[in-house]
Design a protein around this ligand. Structure first.
Ligand code: PMP
Length: 428
């Protein structure tokens, strides 16, 4: 039998760091990454044949669990018909119609192959539609790895962002204004200073890339108001939250809290592809008509709207619309979160946790943090010990304290109970 360590060594020879996306390398938590051989329902098995309850779900897409029969059938059928044509197909229309049916505020969507591509294109579209150069992003939100988005706050509001990655030039970062999440005052000040030059604000409505931090209602309300007042577009990055926190996504959740709330551009990924490379961005027709071939904003892709990926996404979206789907998923996720809080309280461990739909987060902190700086005050060593104790017990949580977790429809009450039993031992 080949071991995870052997595979990691072999991988590291031919793939930088042994992985094709950094977080998979377990750098933050230490130890050897598990090489996954297969998945079924709520479980994944590593190369050594060990089974884990999977709370990553490919970082969000696997909302039905692994190998859902209806999705598998749709993908197999699509694959026999052809992998890719580089020409339009009816299935793209079907997927677009399905997304539009579930997102009332948008008239059109364009399909792409990754969240990175979708947010990059959304920002280009916002800049093209407004003819303005700058945009605001928030510390701790991740929108993929395009140059202008790999930017952290400079010192003081007047300075623009600094690249967070080698290879990103100060020029590429120069039009990115980076602000603190949930800080209304900073947002007001930034609009007062740069309002006329701002094309858009891009935000994760529930930030899953700093674990799980909700945009507060006053913050989201101010963002919507300021964008409208200054003629900037509000870009909601729902790559993670879209069709994951509820059928109406995070925008539907906030529309329930803020009357009339809607973004100008919505970005989706993960769940809409059901585990295949697929993402999308959408807006009202007036905005979308700026895109090529109608307008001057160029955007394209060889595999965009891929026939197999769209089949996977469509089958997934149809399953999650079945009556009671999100009620059951939310209840199960809530039981996990409440259970973890109770176990931590029994052991006197400072702990806070939150969830919405099938997305959750937990912190080894007494209160839910409101921004990135507070998230990062977590005791990393303590988190890493907890992570490894859980992994050893067959519970696969995200290998970094700033990542959200995901429950799928395949997770049973028994899986949640097993997770809580493991947490009880780990926290003790
Ligand atoms: N936006 C958000 C909110 C994300 O969570 C991610 C990925 N985790 C992205 C964009 C980028 O998506 P991808 O990894 O598909 O490029």
């Amino acid at each position: 039998m080949v071991t995870n360590s052997q595979l990691f060594e072999r991988a590291a020879r031919v793939i930088p760091g042994g992985v094709n996306s950094p977080v998979r390398a377990f750098r933050a938590v230490g130890g050897t990454p598990r090489f996954i051989a297969r998945g079924d329902g709520a479980y994944i098995w590593d190369a050594e044949g060990r089974r884990y309850v999977d709370y990553i779900g490919s970082w969000g897409p696997m909302i039905l669990g692994h190998g859902h029969p209806a999705v598998l059938e749709a993908v197999q059928k699509a694959a026999t018909e052809g992998f890719s044509f580089g020409a339009p197909t009816e299935r793209e229309i079907e997927l677009a119609e399905e997304i539009l049916k579930l997102v009332p505020g948008i008239d059109q969507v364009r399909l792409v192959s990754s969240g990175t591509e979708a947010t990059m294109s959304a920002i280009r579209l916002a800049r093209g539609a407004t003819d303005r150069p700058k945009f605001i992003k928030f510390e701790g939100c991740y929108h993929g790895h395009t140059d202008a988005l790999l930017v952290k706050a400079g010192s003081g509001l007047a300075t623009f962002g600094h690249p967070t990655s080698a290879g990103v030039t100060p020029g590429a970062a120069a039009d990115t204004v980076v602000l603190e999440y949930n800080n209304v005052e900073q947002l007001e000040a930034a609009f007062a200073e740069h309002g006329k030059e701002l094309a858009c604000v891009i935000v994760e409505p529930i930030a899953g890339n700093m674990n799980f931090v909700r945009a507060s209602v006053p913050f989201m309300t101010a963002m919507r108001r300021l964008c409208t007042q200054h003629g900037a577009l509000l870009v909601l990055d729902e790559v993670m939250t879209g069709f994951r926190v509820g059928l109406a996504s995070a925008q539907g959740h906030y529309a329930g809290l803020i009357p009339g709330f809607a973004p100008d551009i919505s970005v989706f990924g993960k769940v809409i592809g059901g585990g295949m490379p697929l993402a999308a961005f959408g807006a009202k027709r007036e905005v979308m008509q700026h895109l090529a071939p109608l307008g001057g904003v160029y955007q394209a892709g060889t595999l965009s709207g891929n026939p197999v990926a769209t089949a996977c996404g469509l089958a997934t979206l149809r399953e999650i619309q079945k009556p009671g789907f999100f009620d059951a998923l939310s209840a199960r996720t809530r039981r996990l979160v409440d259970g973890l809080k109770a176990v931590a309280a029994d052991n006197g461990v400072p702990f806070s946790a939150d969830c919405e739909g099938g997305m959750f987060g937990f912190f080894l902190l007494p209160e839910l943090p409101q921004n990135y700086a507070t998230v990062m005050t977590t005791d990393k060593e303590r988190f890493n010990r907890f992570f490894h104790a859980m992994l050893d017990a067959g519970i696969y949580l995200a290998p970094a304290l700033y990542e959200a977790g995901f429950v799928s429809a395949a997770h049973s009450q028994a899986d949640i109970d097993a997770t809580l039993a493991a947490a009880r031992t780990a926290l003790r």
